[in-house]
Design a protein around this ligand. Structure first.
Ligand code: OSB
Ligand code: MG
Length: 367
């Protein structure tokens, strides 16, 4: 295979409802879409970086700069035998796993189409449908939160994850537990706490959460290990794990009992698969998280989530949970708490090219 042409586009997509976490509110998503073309094949991906460096250090603009000035000029014109090798011409780049993942994941889509198989089966997926949960942002009042959760449960989601931050945590979750009984609940702090908050975090143990996701700073693996020794609620890492090396260290330190695995955060599908294999061997369950992606990123996530180690419901919600209208056809749906893994070639959904063209605010073409 060869990348003969690459097109990077940015399109703002407005969320149906603003999404708030401890680090800020997302009202519209600056979607970065990448298309690779070569030898009659096409590959699509989405870069998951957020607009501001609130989650990890990467942003839409750092990814745009890496992709347009370094990665895409570096890979266009170079043949590659396997998607794992597409970034070889720029293997000197340090960091920026979200920008690199965009190129690698589009190459996987191309490679799956070249073989005439779905991305899921190319990656080694074994399931035709995956169980799904929903991630609920910080709501201003308990009443609004309860209404939102009721709506999602009626839509069939099998697990509800609630964003928390100091001041909106134990009491809020205790009310939710009381109101919704034995429903599967978890909480995501997006690094809003420190070990000085240990007494507060210990109180979470009485709520019966499936896990507490990323309570401490992204670079604080030791802190998460220490916390896990002090609380019963399983600690789940998210933004602390951005590479296979991070995952090995997290395991070595026993810094988590669960992992939220996002291919777009760890450098792509190859790294995600390696992390999946490591966690499986260590008996650490993984689930596929989300980054408020459009249908293109979602298609990649759902394909990965069909691998056997993804034993917990992912943050893989229906297109209509995020967008009035998605940019792929068919849109993603949730039926009986599951999402069907597309079976067609590659990502298995069609990008609405006219709609993408009409929404695009900037575009860079290579080759
Ligand atoms: O921490 O998992 C997170 C969204 C953007 C960035 C980080 C996170 C999230 C979510 C939403 O929790 C997951 C989704 O539904 O896409
Ligand atoms: Mg998270």
């Amino acid at each position: 295979m060869k990348v003969e042409r690459a097109v990077l586009r940015e399109l703002p997509l407005e969320l149906r409802e603003p999404f708030a976490a401890s680090h800020g509110v997302v009202r519209h998503r600056r979607v970065l879409l990448l298309t690779l073309r070569g030898e009659g094949l096409e590959g699509w991906s989405e870069c998951v970086a957020l607009a501001e460096p609130t989650y990890t250090y990467e942003t839409t603009d750092t990814a745009w700069r890496l992709l347009t000035e370094v990665l895409l000029p570096g890979v266009v014109g170079h043949p590659f035998a396997d998607p794992r090798a597409v970034l070889d011409p720029v293997d000197w780049v340090r960091g920026h796993p979200m920008a690199r993942a965009a190129v690698e994941m589009a190459a996987w889509d191309m490679a799956a189409r070249a073989d005439g198989v779905s991305l899921a089966s190319k990656l080694g997926g074994t399931r035709g449908a995956v169980p799904v949960g929903v991630s609920v942002g910080l709501e201003p009042t308990d009443q609004r939160l309860e209404d939102t959760i009721s709506r999602h449960l009626a839509d069939g989601y099998r697990r509800v994850k609630i964003k928390i931050s100091p001041g909106r945590d134990v009491e809020m979750l205790a009310r939710v537990r009381e109101k919704f009984g034995s429903v599967s609940l978890s909480a995501d702090a997006n690094s809003a706490y420190t070990l000085a908050d240990l007494p507060r975090l210990r109180e979470l143990d009485r709520i019966g959460l499936e896990m507490i996701e990323q309570p401490l700073a992204p670079d604080d693996l030791l802190g998460h290990a220490e916390l896990q020794r002090e609380i019963e609620t399983p600690v789940c890492l998210d933004e602390s794990v951005c590479s296979v090396t991070d995952a090995r260290l997290a395991l070595h330190l026993s810094a988590c009992l669960v992992l939220n695995l996002k291919p777009g955060r760890v450098g792509g599908h190859a790294a995600a698969r390696q992390i999946h294999d490591l966690m499986r061997a260590a008996d650490v369950p993984v689930w596929c998280g989300g980054m408020l992606e459009s249908g293109v990123g979602r298609a990649h996530n759902v394909a990965l989530a069909s691998l056997p180690g993804f034993t917990l419901p992912g943050d893989l919600s229906a297109s209509r949970r995020y967008w009035v209208r998605d940019i792929v056809d068919p849109e993603f749906e949730v039926v009986d708490g599951e999402m069907v893994v597309p079976a067609g070639p590659g990502i298995g959904v069609t990008v609405d090219a006219d709609r993408v063209a009409s929404l695009t605010v900037r575009e860079a073409v290579f080759g």
